[in-house]
Design a protein around this ligand. Structure first.
Ligand code: PMP
Length: 383
């Protein structure tokens, strides 16, 4: 495959080094960052200066029905990242990418931000660029929901779609298109969420710290999905350092190659309905070394569980939340977590992104997924 990406920041903007590791020189990276640890002594403001200031500090909520219905006795808490102002966990990272790039002098007034995304980073960047006054172009694959596209467009961002058939690294694919736009547009910068260390560091510095603080340090398992790998690598690494007994679990759709050992990824699934998690290449930001266990999940189980989260727990969440909860419940059962144990599950995005997709009964029926909703406790952990 042609290599479209070189490491570092050059006149083509910040681009990924496919196949190499994200720089994890934490101290060096942190010293150039405007964000450090969460300071718990600073009270939350009564009035926020702008929408970006609302990002983070999301609530942890207990699940009261779903784990119990499956006979699980451990406590399952969900981290409500869908309550961020742009509607997803990616708001945190988009803001930090922008802040760090401004601080490093890579991004200057009048510049254009160009980013490949499955939509949530795009929405986070679109919001931040609307507020800060940058032109923003987001490249998304064909399968991404119209809801995400419309949100970005409403925020003033230009959206480019790439064909579902195109390999991500081909000239007409996701990264190839970003590369072309960066070359064509003067002063265009790709902050590159797939390889930028500011991505995992966001979660290392904030999301993981919040979870640890909210749980008073008692977390037996933390479960996430992986798209760029930023959340799982950042949260996983922080927990390995401050709470090494906490198990770090990844939930990965069939059709993706993130699971480890690699043999668990074997499947004939070619299309992943769930947006935002799983690819057929390993992003630079994904550090599989901090993940203790992976669970593979089918679309029907993910979507069935996402609908249960909405119907039974009243949480207005998106599709990958279903994947991640299925992975969490299976892993908790396999690791025999019982009374007194605590599992934290990251819920990345919101129902708003999928109103015409899995939230719509007709859409579910047309794809044969309705049964997964109707049968409630179908045998999803046997698959
Ligand atoms: N779920 C959804 C819906 C997402 O959009 C993303 C980000 N692509 C993730 C999960 C995974 O986050 P990360 O990129 O940090 O791995």
């Amino acid at each position: 495959k042609p290599l479209y990406f070189k490491a570092g920041i050059n006149d083509a903007g910040r681009v990924a080094d496919k196949g190499s590791k994200c720089t994890w020189n934490k101290n060096a990276d942190r010293s150039t960052s405007v964000h450090t640890f969460v300071d718990w002594n600073v009270p939350r403001p009564k009035i926020f200066p702008d929408a970006l200031a609302v990002i983070g500090h999301t609530p942890l909520v207990r699940l009261n029905r779903i784990p119990q219905s499956l006979g699980l006795e451990c406590e399952v808490l969900v981290k409500c990242e869908f309550l961020n102002p742009g509607g997803s966990v990616k708001d945190r990272m988009a803001l930090r990418l922008l802040d760090d790039a401004e601080k490093a002098g890579v991004l200057k007034p009048g510049y254009t931000v160009v980013e490949p995304s499955s939509g949530n980073t795009g929405i986070g960047l679109a919001m931040a660029c609307a507020i800060r006054g940058y032109r923003c172009i987001v490249v998304i694959p064909e399968k991404i929901s119209h809801e995400k596209e419309f949100v970005m467009r409403a925020l003033g961002t230009e959206v480019v779609r790439t064909p579902g058939t195109a390999d991500e690294f081909s000239p007409e694919g996701l990264f190839g298109t970003v590369h072309r736009l960066i070359k064509e547009i003067p002063n265009a910068v790709n902050l590159d969420q797939f390889s930028n260390a500011s991505n995992p560091l966001t979660h290392y510095d904030t999301t993981a710290e919040e979870i640890y603080h909210q749980c008073d340090g008692k977390v037996d398992m933390v479960v996430m999905g992986a798209g760029t790998g930023g959340s799982i690598s950042g949260i996983g690494r922080k927990f390995k350092e401050i709470s090494p007994q906490t198990k770090v679990v990844g939930a990965d759709p069939y059709g993706s190659v993130y699971g480890y050992p690699d043999s668990i990824n074997k499947t004939d699934v070619e299309f992943i309905e769930i947006e935002g998690i799983g690819y057929t290449f390993l992003p630079t930001c994904l550090d599989r070394e901090v993940v203790d266990h992976w669970e593979k999940v089918l679309d029907k189980d993910s979507l069935g569980m996402a609908r249960r989260l909405i119907r039974e727990e009243g949480l207005l969440i998106g599709a990958s939340c279903g994947t991640i909860l299925v992975g969490a419940l299976r892993a908790a059962q396999k690791m025999k977590l019982g009374k007194g144990h605590r599992v934290v599950v990251i819920l990345p995005d919101s129902i708003r992104n999928y109103l015409t997709k899995f939230v719509c009964d007709q859409w579910m029926e047309q794809r044969g997924f309705q049964e997964a909703v109707n049968t409630g406790n179908h045998k999803w952990w046997d698959t």
